[in-house]
Design a protein around this ligand. Structure first.
Ligand code: PMP
Length: 386
């Protein structure tokens, strides 16, 4: 067996979801919404399933989806991508794997920021690369110039950037984008930009892709996911955008991972990406409301949340909430004593974790959020310390 996988524990999301199912708890752990998928997009998939081809689509994706992704980013983010620069993948996860395998040779170094999405480090290590970690800390989770410079070397091949950021909901500032661009340019490195949360930004904020930063157009791989945009996480339709010669190498990595992605789902996503601005505005507003509802409920229960500017997640600062307990212990007790599953943010650190922050998913029905926060409130008054 490959020792990397043999020694690996199952992901925290699987573990918490399984425990939530076993104890019939409210699952605010794993990030999936319980409603909100647009019916017309699903109907389009059903139509394509019945009336269009079910055979292998082109390896790099259906032409209409590649064009739709390029058009979508022109309309929403001012980018000038050609359809040929888009490769369709089976979710952002496959795009991340393809990008890492396409770039990283044994001994290469990849800079990444923790808390980190759990797939990054194992994928880099499976490619024989070395993860160079830069630690972000609450409440701002900002990138420190000195720490970033210290993580760079002559072996730096790539930087993995996740903005909007899971689990913190933070967005890169203009200064941070420039800092990252300068770092990539001076190290002749590629930015792998995981932007799956790009449409879920709140309070009038705007997602600005790193690819738009001067000097980054040809050294950025921009990754997106229909799962987040359309609240259809099970579909696993994603994409990666990059200029040549990167695009060609990405396609070669993709062809031996999944080769293609179901054509009917691709057709439906192409349709969905062309939806009116009103769809995207309404989707944001709905998510902003659910964020506010969870934050207000947590507050009533005595918990202090950290600023959440994007994503489906709210984070709670346990220390600031007078909870003298590590995040892992709080999550275990919240499950047992309140019947609410959450995720300890320490699970997103590969080393020296921050241990006083937990993550809860707000993309749920009002009644579910209210029930969860009422349970937490009750448990907090009944059980010492929670
Ligand atoms: N990157 C980040 C930061 C994510 O939060 C997720 C999903 N939770 C993914 C990648 C994976 O996306 P997909 O389901 O499209 O593979």
């Amino acid at each position: 067996m490959n020792p990397l996988y043999a020694a690996m524990a199952p992901t925290i999301f699987e573990v918490m979801s399984a425990r939530a199912r076993a104890s019939n708890a409210i699952n605010l752990g794993q990030g999936f919404p319980d409603s909100g998928a647009p019916e017309d997009v699903i109907a389009e998939a059903a139509r394509a399933l019945t009336h269009a081809s079910n055979q292998y689509p082109p390896m790099r994706g259906l032409p209409e989806l590649r064009q739709a992704v390029a058009d979508h980013y022109a309309r929403h983010q001012g980018l000038d991508l050609a359809a040929e620069e888009v490769t369709v993948t089976s979710g952002a996860t496959e795009a991340l794997a393809a990008a890492i395998f396409a770039l990283v040779s044994p001994g290469d170094e990849v800079v990444m920021f923790q808390p980190l999405y759990d797939a990054y480090k194992p994928l880099v290590e499976r490619a024989g690369g070395v993860a160079r970690l830069v630690t972000l800390t609450p409440p701002d989770w900002r990138i420190d110039r000195v720490a970033l410079e210290a993580a760079g070397s002559s072996r730096t091949r790539a930087v993995i950037v996740n903005s909007p950021h899971n689990p913190t909901g933070a967005l890169l500032s203009a200064e941070e984008r420039r800092l990252l661009a300068d770092f990539c340019i001076s190290h002749d490195a590629v930015a792998i930009c995981d932007e799956v949360w790009e449409h879920l930004v709140f309070d009038g904020a705007e997602h600005v892709p790193l690819m738009a930063e001067p000097g980054m157009r040809d050294r950025t791989i921009k990754i997106g996911s229909a799962g987040k945009i359309f609240a259809l996480t099970g579909w696993k339709v994603g994409w990666m955008c990059a200029a040549e010669p990167l695009a060609g190498v990405l396609a070669k990595a993709h062809q031996f991972l999944t080769f293609t992605t179901p054509p009917n789902l691709q057709a439906a996503v192409a349709y969905g990406l062309g939806k009116d601005d009103s769809y995207f505005a309404a989707m944001r507003a709905t998510n902003e409301r659910s964020r506010d509802r969870l934050v207000a409920g947590l507050h009533r229960a005595g918990y202090v949340s950290l600023p959440c500017r994007s994503t489906w997640f709210v984070t709670v600062d346990l220390a600031a909430s007078d909870v003298a307990m590590a995040d892992v212990d709080w999550c275990a007790r919240a499950l047992d004593e309140a019947g609410v599953a959450a995720i300890p943010v320490s699970a997103f650190y590969a080393e020296t974790p921050v241990t006083h922050v937990v993550r809860l998913c707000h993309a749920k029905a009002d009644a579910t959020l209210d029930d969860a926060t009422a349970r937490l409130m009750k448990a907090r008054s009944a059980h010492h310390g929670l």
